[in-house]
Design a protein around this ligand. Sequence first.
Ligand SMILES: Cc1cc2nc3c(=O)[nH]c(=O)nc-3n(C[C@H](O)[C@H](O)[C@H](O)COP(=O)(O)O)c2cc1C
Length: 145
Amino acid sequence: MSKILVVYQSFGGKTKSLAEAAAAGARSVGAETVIKEVSAVSADDFSGIGGVILATTQPFQSMAGGTKSLFERLWMGRDKIKKGIRLAIIICHMNDTKPTEDSIKAIAGHLGLEQVAGGLTVKVDEIEAGKESARQLGIAMAQGG
Ligand SMILES: Cc1cc2nc3c(=O)[nH]c(=O)nc-3n(C[C@H](O)[C@H](O)[C@H](O)COP(=O)(O)O)c2cc1C
């Protein structure tokens, strides 16, 4: 089964709780799973993984600065990142997520990550339902979906 990396950026904890639910889902079906806050992640963390779940907020209608910094670090270390690692995104939001989704999609392409369909967008006032969806996403990623 694929090793799964779960990365999160969160101001107040809601996005973190979604990431934790995704990690719990992946672990529940036996996948080796590592969860890290975005500032602690580097290209080295992508060694040996089959999939990455990235959970971010979207302040000012774009991905959070910490998330963008991660992508910039990954770009600098892109030689260490195997092509075809699956990427699923979780966006915790108040408003339209399309700008954030579009920019993550473009960056994922630059890095050779294969973005899976069915990423999750969770409104700040629907976190409990979002956690269950995140758990299911973790299971699907662990099982190669
Ligand atoms: C300074 C700031 C600006 C924000 N601006 C937006 C925004 O423009 N659009 C949006 O959908 N969410 C916005 N949010 C909400 C975040 O996307 C996120 O959903 C919220 O912070 C809850 O997640 P958290 O508990 O993980 O921090 C903003 C949050 C902060 C702190």
